[in-house]
Write a protein that binds this ligand. Structure first.
Ligand code: ADP
Ligand code: MG
Length: 140
């Protein structure tokens, strides 16, 4: 077991419905520690840069417009196996397929407006945390 950090984002559909605390309660109950957190409004350019990996996917425009449509809460989570643990707690991308008790099952509206982002690998977590450190000093 290894102490890891992962990047989480509470997406605009969730901040809009005042679900920041509810999402954080699920994260904390699962043993993930919120070691940095900032509520920001991403520009379209920041969202495009963050999701560059998906630039050739058909949903790229929809995704980046959505992510810049309202405030998000960018978070750094810490814990044992934090990357995989957070992915498990988030649930499947499509909330219809997400397991009971997961954040997306509880809160997501649809496959696009699915309430949370979480890094999918330790290497990507490091890159994503570095990205938000340079954008807004997400962690001290
Ligand atoms: P995840 O967030 O579970 O890692 P992906 O990396 O595949 O999922 O996709 C990134 C984000 O793009 C998703 O969380 C979701 O907001 C959006 N997305 C994925 N697939 C679709 C789709 N078919 N239609 C609209 N938006 C999508
Ligand atoms: Mg992903």
């Amino acid at each position: 077991m290894a102490l890891e950090r992962t990047l989480s984002i509470i997406k605009p559909d969730a901040t809009k419905r005042n679900l920041t605390g509810a999402v954080n309660a699920v994260l904390e109950q699962a043993g993930l520690r919120i070691v940095g957190q900032k509520r920001i409004h991403l520009t379209l350019e920041q969202a495009q840069k963050f999701y560059e990996i998906h630039k050739d996917r058909p949903f790229y425009a929809e995704l980046t417009e959505f992510m810049s449509s309202g405030p998000v809460v960018v978070q750094v989570l810490e814990g044992e196996n934090a990357v995989a643990k957070n992915r498990e707690i988030m649930g499947e991308t499509n909330p219809e397929k997400a397991a009971e008790g997961t954040i997306r099952k509880k809160f997501a509206l649809n496959i696009g407006e699915n309430s949370v982002h979480g890094s999918d690998a330790l290497e990507n977590a490091k890159k994503e945390i570095a990205f938000f450190f340079s954008e807004c000093e997400i962690v001290g």
